[in-house]
Ligand binder design. Structure first.
Ligand SMILES: [Ca+2]
Ligand SMILES: [Ca+2]
Length: 222
């Protein structure tokens, strides 16, 4: 490959990268504005916020590097609440993944695992089978699409439809990851590697990139 060919290939590679970079938090530098939000009782569909707190930022012990932790702050269901970077118009979002660790407390409380709020609607995700975090790192991955694990409004509400996802994601105002797996105020949960995946560019854009690069190469030769 000569010099005239390297640049077009580099351009093609650059253009072929997805424009919609996924939003992510790996907590390498700080807590990235995540917060702890505690709701009255997910299991009773009581979504009153009873407390907001700062998470602990833990150096080392993450998956890898640093991570966020929260010790159960009150009698409610505490969640890790995503910052503004994850919110707003997110209709391109297709999935969510995160890593959980649980280094203090028995796992004996199971209810909604992820809650999305937007446009006056609430989507509730409860994994089947239950998530049972442990002192290592458990990777959790979910699709933002209709399934038997997604309910609208309440834990016994209707199965969420595609139109419900579109409505909520078009103006996402809250993304909450449940950290509470112990009945009683004693546990500590940790969070790392949150990724909100978005639709990658269609293949036509990649071909377009190759075409542009090829044209550039052609014009360099004449
Ligand atoms: Ca980390
Ligand atoms: Ca608890």
């Amino acid at each position: 490959m000569n010099n005239n060919q390297i640049l077009p290939v580099a351009i093609a590679l650059l253009i072929s990268q997805p424009v919609h970079a996924s939003v992510s938090s790996s907590f390498d530098v700080n807590s990235e504005n995540w917060q702890i939000v505690s709701f009255a009782d997910f299991s009773q569909n009581n979504y009153s916020i009873i407390g907001q707190y700062q998470p602990s930022y833990v150096s080392g012990g993450g998956n890898p590097g640093n991570y966020l932790a929260a010790s159960d702050p009150d009698s409610g269901d505490f969640t890790f609440s995503a910052p503004a970077a994850f919110l707003g118009p997110q209709t391109d979002a297709t999935g969510l993944s995160y890593d959980l660790t649980y280094r203090n407390g028995d796992v004996n409380w199971q209810t909604t695992d992820v809650m999305l709020v937007g446009n006056g609607q609430r989507l509730l995700w409860k994994r089947d089978p239950n998530i049972v975090p442990n002192s290592g790192w458990t990777h959790i991955s979910l699709s933002l699409a209709p399934s038997s694990e997604w309910r609208l409004g309440t834990t016994d509400g209707a199965l969420a439809r595609q139109s419900d996802f579109h409505n909520v994601l078009s103006d996402l105002s809250g993304l909450y990851i449940h950290g509470e797996f112990t009945s009683g105020i004693m546990e500590t949960a940790g969070l790392d590697n949150v990724v909100l995946q978005t639709v990658p560019l269609p293949g036509a854009f990649w071909l377009f990139g190759v075409g542009v690069a090829g044209f550039w190469s052609f014009t360099r030769r004449v």
